[in-house]
Design a protein around this ligand. Structure first.
Ligand code: UD1
Length: 430
C-alpha cells in the first residue's frame, strides 16, 4: 500500500487549484440514470470514488466517455465526462460494487423512478458510525414504493404507473436521503414537498442539474424543496461546483504552517461558517476575483470552539482538519461532533504527534501545544487522513502516513498541490 512521507516545517506559499467537489460529482453522475439522453458534466475530479461509481453505473448500462482537454484549459481543470443511460439493462446494484462506497446506494432513487424497480445492496463506505438508511426508505415508501430487505439487499418496487408525489418531512437532515428522494420525485406523478431537506451547496448543484434536465423544482437552496413530477427528463450540460471541503482543508493547512496561499476557484460562500471560525483563530482570509487568499504571518493560532452542523453550519467533513489546527493553538478549545457518532478516530493518531486531546462522548477538548513532532501514523477515514497530512506539514521532522487509499478517494493530486507550494511531501509506493 502507498504511503505519504513528509517533512514538516515549511510555510505554504503559492497557488492551489481547487478541484470539482466529490460530493457533488457523485450524485450528479447518479442523476444521469434518470434520462435516456446524455448528461455532460464539466470539472469532474479524478478520484477513486468517481472511478468506483463509474463501475456501478456501467453495470446498469450507462455509457461513459471522458473528453479530451480543451483549448485554454490548464491542468487544474477537472475532466469533462458524458454519462449516457440510453437503456438501463440491470436494476441491481450488487454488494461487491456498492459496499466500497456509501453514496452508491443513492442509485436506488433514480432506478426506482425510471424503471419502477431497484435491488440495491446495503451500503459501505467510511466507518464513521452506523449510518443507517432508514430515512431513504421512509422517503421512498412515502412515494408509494414497496420495500423489502432480502439477503442484504433493499428490494424496492414502485406502484403501477410509477412513484406518486406527496409531502415528506424528514425527521433528521440527511444529505444522501435528500439527494435520493429529490431525484426520485422528479419523475413521480404529482407534486412532492420535501421538508427539512438538506441544503448543502452540493444539493443545490444537483437540483439545478435536474432543472437543466427538465425537472420542475422550486425552493432550491432552502430547507423545503417542491418538485412537480414530469414524464421524462432530457440531456443537459452541467458544471461540478468547486470542492468546499478541499478548500477548507487547504485553508487550514495554510493556517497551521503559516504562509500565503491563493485557493484558485474557491467559492467562499460555500463554507462561510468555517471561514468565520478560521478568521477567529487569527487567519487572514481575503476573497479575490480568482478565489480565496489565506494568510497567516507570524502570529499564534487562537483557540476557538466549534460544533458541527448541517449546512450552513460548520461541516463535519472539516472537523478532523480543524482539530489538527487546534492542536497547535495557544490555549484550550472544544469541538462537538453532532452529525456522526464515532468520528474521532483521528484523535489517537493526532496523539502520536504529541497532541493533547481528551474525548468525552461528542466533545473533544484540545489543549494546544507550540510544536508537534513528526510521527508514523495511519489513515483511518477520508477526512481524518488529510488531518494527519496537515498536522505533519506543521510538525517538526518526518511524518509517514500509512494506508493512504482513503486520501485518493477524495483528494485529487494532494501531494502535488502541496509540494508546489513549498511542502516537502512525496508518495512512496508500497
Ligand atoms: C454526506 C457526505 C459526507 C458528509 C455527510 C454529512 C457525500 C457523498 N457524503 O454523507 O461527506 O460527512 O453528508 O455532511 O455527500 N442518517 C440516518 N438515517 C439515514 C441517513 C442518515 O440516521 O437514513 C444519519 C447518519 O448516520 C448521520 C446523519 O444522518 O448521523 C447525517 O448523514 P447524511 O447527511 O445522510 O450523510 P451522507 O449523505 O452519508
Amino acid at each position: 500500500m502507498d504511503r505519504i512521507r513528509l517533512v514538516g516545517g515549511n510555510e505554504l506559499r503559492g497557488e492551489i487549484p481547487i478541484s470539482g467537489a466529490k460530493n457533488a460529482a457523485l450524485p450528479l453522475m447518479i442523476a444521469s440514470l434518470l434520462s435516456a439522453e446524455p448528461l455532460v458534466l464539466n470539472n469532474v475530479p479524478r478520484l477513486a470514488d468517481v472511478k468506483q461509481l463509474e463501475r456501478i453505473l456501467e453495470n446498469h448500462g450507462v455509457d461513459i466517455a471522458v473528453h479530451g482537454r480543451r483549448r485554454g484549459e490548464d491542468e487544474g481543470v477537472g475532466q469533462r465526462m458524458t454519462f449516457h443511460a440510453a437503456d438501463i439493462v440491470d436494476t441491481t446494484a450488487p454488494y461487491d460494487l456498492v459496499s466500497k462506497m456509501r453514496a452508491s446506494f443513492w442509485v436506488i432513487g433514480p432506478l426506482l423512478a425510471r424503471c419502477h424497480e431497484a435491488r440495491v445492496s446495503l451500503p459501505g463506505g467510511c466507518a464513521i458510525g452506523t449510518r443507517p438508511v432508514d430515512l431513504f426508505l421512509y422517503g421512498l415508501k412515502a412515494l408509494g414504493a414497496e420495500i423489502d430487505i432480502d439477503d442484504g439487499y433493499v428490494v424496492a418496487k414502485a406502484p403501477k404507473g410509477g412513484l406518486v408525489g406527496t409531502t415528506i418531512s424528514f425527521p433528521k437532515v440527511s444529505v444522501g436521503a435528500t439527494h435520493t428522494i429529490l431525484m426520485a420525485a422528479t419523475l413521480a406523478r404529482g407534486t412532492t414537498v420535501l421538508e427539512n431537506a438538506a441544503q448543502e451547496p452540493e444539493i443545490t448543484n444537483v437540483a439545478e442539474c435536474l432543472v437543466a434536465m427538465g425537472a420542475k423544482i422550486s425552493g432550491i437552496g432552502t430547507r423545503t424543496l417542491t418538485i412537480e413530477g414530469v414524464e421524462k427528463l432530457h440531456g443537459a450540460t452541467v458544471d461540478v461546483i468547486p470542492d468546499r471541503i478541499e478548500t477548507g482543508t487547504f485553508a487550514m493547512a495554510a493556517a497551521m504552517t503559516g504562509g500565503d496561499v491563493l485557493l484558485k476557484g474557491a467559492r467562499p460562500e460555500h463554507l462561510q461558517s468555517a471561514l468565520d471560525i478560521l478568521a477567529q483563530t487569527g487567519v487572514e482570509l481575503t476573497p479575490e476575483a480568482g478565489g480565496l487568499r489565506v494568510r497567516r504571518n507570524g502570529n499564534g493560532i487562537r483557540p476557538v470552539d466549534v460544533e458541527t452542523e448541517p449546512f450552513p453550519g460548520f461541516p463535519t467533513d472539516l472537523q478532523a482538519q480543524f482539530m489538527a489546527l487546534m492542536t497547535m493553538s495557544n490555549g484550550v478549545s472544544q469541538i462537538r461532533e453532532t452529525i456522526f457518532e464515532n468520528r474521532y478516530m483521528h484523535v489517537a493518531e493526532l496523539a502520536r504527534f504529541g497532541a493533547d486531546i481528551a474525548v468525552n462522548g461528542q466533545v473533544a477538548t484540545i489543549t494546544g501545544k507550540p510544536q508537534l513532532r513528526g510521527a508514523q501514523v495511519m489513515a483511518t477515514d477520508l477526512r481524518a487522513s488529510v488531518s494527519l497530512v496537515i498536522a505533519g506539514l506543521a510538525a517538526r521532522g518526518e511524518t509517514v502516513v500509512n494506508r493512504i487509499y482513503h486520501l485518493d478517494r477524495g483528494f485529487e493530486r494532494l501531494e502535488d498541490k502541496l509540494s508546489r507550494c513549498g511542502a516537502e511531501i512525496e508518495r512512496v509506493a508500497g
